[in-house]
Design a protein around this ligand. Structure first.
Ligand SMILES: Nc1ncnc2c1ncn2[C@@H]1O[C@H](COP(=O)(O)OP(=O)(O)OP(=O)(O)O)[C@@H](O)[C@H]1O
Ligand SMILES: [Mg+2]
Length: 456
């Protein structure tokens, strides 16, 4: 089914609702008009009947009723439509017009209204009983209704002709208004259609109307902003990753080519192969890190959360770290309490995070420096502090060290074997645990503090 444009639908609904309202109103107005005319006429007829009943009641014997009524008729030239008959059905008086119309005699014992048509003339008749002493009479008073009927007819036809004209005009106006109101949507649509992944810098034009459309425009633009920066990050990441991978692969290849260029001794082969092995291991680690970050981005890296004693974990890491530090002639201090400190976390991931911080401390601290690991708890939190007396991080680099592939001192970092992924993985692990990592650094060294909520 072909979709109906929103403005056509809006107009159609508007038309239908307005048509129903106008028809309803017309019927109601006609009814009210008719009712008020009839009420006024009926009151007048009742007045006139009452006058005649009073007149008739004045002659107790009933003998001179006919004369009284005739005199009454002569005195009141306006009330030409009435007739009076006696109990036997004989007319005592008939006004000339009544006679001409030929309104028949009636008998009744209670007052009643009737509508009748005589020739072209519609009339409303009130028939009522009257008494003089013990004699019964019937009074019939009538009112010509031609003027009223005509007025109602005119009113009705004016409405029936007026409504369609009004409806067409209102629907046209409604269509124009909705088209006008929806024009910003058309503009947004046409801009949105031109936005491609290659050209994400464009933004839809936002109408400054303070309404839903402005909010829609702003929301679209914020969404574009997020998509743009996400795509930018991915592009940058891909470029950096390929660059990082090219270097070790080139090294391996060159080493192999040079070695194979001429015959070598066993020792030379051995040396070349161990160099190739070293680079391959580094590359594998890099690829593994890249895949981990990729899974973290996609949200498919699952952590195995369980109740974990970080105090025990820190002591285990400390033993490993001590060997690393002492191999580089660095002093190692650990201040980890013996009592258990419980958190909810993935022990493997937490161990990895501590090792990332310790690895950096060892890497970026020259010989004879010292490194310390301390664990403290306060305010339902545990803080693990890895501190070194190393080269420190320049203030300008501090905001960036958690970014992927970012290295403060590119040449030195490369020499010590870094790829710039350690801290970005560390930060991901921390935030996946609902924790955070802070860094303090000066030329005298750096301190990384990892905070994590305790479980009660
Ligand atoms: N303890 C530290 N002292 C001095 N600089 C540090 C320290 N820790 C990190 N940095 C700086 O922050 C940068 C980013 O650290 P990160 O651990 O992310 O990468 P990396 O150590 O270079 O490489 P990787 O950890 O992937 O092997 C480092 O290159 C280094 O310049
Ligand atoms: Mg590192």
């Amino acid at each position: 089914m072909k979709a109906i444009p929103i403005r056509t639908r809006l107009t159609a609904w508007y038309f239908l609702i307005l048509a129903a309202a106008l028809i309803g109103f017309t019927l109601f107005a006609l009814r009210v008009m008719q009712k008020s005319i009839y009420t006024a006429v009926d009151e007048q007829l009742e007045d006139r009947a009452r006058d005649l009943q009073a007149l008739i009641a004045q002659s107790p014997s009933g003998g001179n009723v006919a004369r009284e009524v005739r005199e009454h008729a002569e005195l009141q030239p306006g009330s030409q439509l009435f007739q009076v008959s006696d109990g036997a059905g004989l007319f005592l008086y008939r006004s000339p017009l009544m006679q001409r119309l030929g309104v028949p005699v009636a008998s009744t014992d209670r007052q009643q209204f009737a509508d009748a048509q005589y020739g072209d003339l519609p009339i409303r008749i009130l028939t009522a009983p009257a008494t003089a002493g013990s004699h019964n009479f019937v009074v019939q008073v009538a009112e010509p209704m031609d003027d009223f009927v005509e007025a109602i007819d005119r009113f009705r036809s004016a409405l029936w002709f007026g409504i369609p004209v009004l409806l067409v005009a209102a629907a046209g106006g409604g269509y124009w208004l909705s088209a006008f109101a929806l024009r910003p949507v058309d503009r947004m649509t046409s801009v949105a259609q031109t936005i491609t992944p290659r050209d994400l810098s464009r933004r839809v034009s936002v109408p400054q109307t303070g309404d839903e459309l402005q909010r829609l425009g702003e929301t679209l633009n914020k969404m574009l902003q997020r998509i743009e920066s996400a795509i930018l990050r991915i592009t940058q990441f891909t470029a950096d990753a390929s660059h990082e991978l090219r270097t070790p692969v080139a090294l391996i290849r060159t080493r192999a080519e040079v070695t194979l260029a001429k015959p070598r001794t066993n020792d030379q082969y051995r040396e070349a192969l161990s160099e190739v092995l070293f680079e391959s291991e580094r590359t594998s680690a890099l690829i593994e890190n890249l895949m981990l970050l990729g899974r973290a981005d996609a949200g498919t890296e699952t952590l195995d959360f369980q109740k974990t004693d970080v105090s025990e974990l820190a002591r285990a890491v400390s033993a490993q770290a001590q060997t690393l530090a002492e191999a580089k002639e660095l002093k190692w201090n650990a201040a980890v309490p013996e009592s258990p400190v419980w958190v909810r976390g993935d022990p493997q991931a937490l161990r990895r995070l501590l090792l990332i911080l310790i690895d950096n401390a060892v890497k970026y601290t020259p010989e004879n420096g010292s490194i310390s690991l301390a664990l403290e708890t306060y305010d339902n939190q545990v803080a693990i502090r890895v501190e070194d007396t190393g080269i420190g991080i320049p203030a300008a680099d501090l905001p960036h060290i958690f970014e992927r592939f970012y290295r403060a001192d590119k040449v030195r970092s490369r020499e010590v074997g870094g790829t710039g992924l350690g801290l970005s993985i560390g930060r991901w692990i921390a935030s996946a645990h609902g924790g955070e990592i802070k860094v303090e650094s000066s030329t005298a060294g750096s301190a990384f503090i990892f905070r994590l909520p305790l479980v009660s």
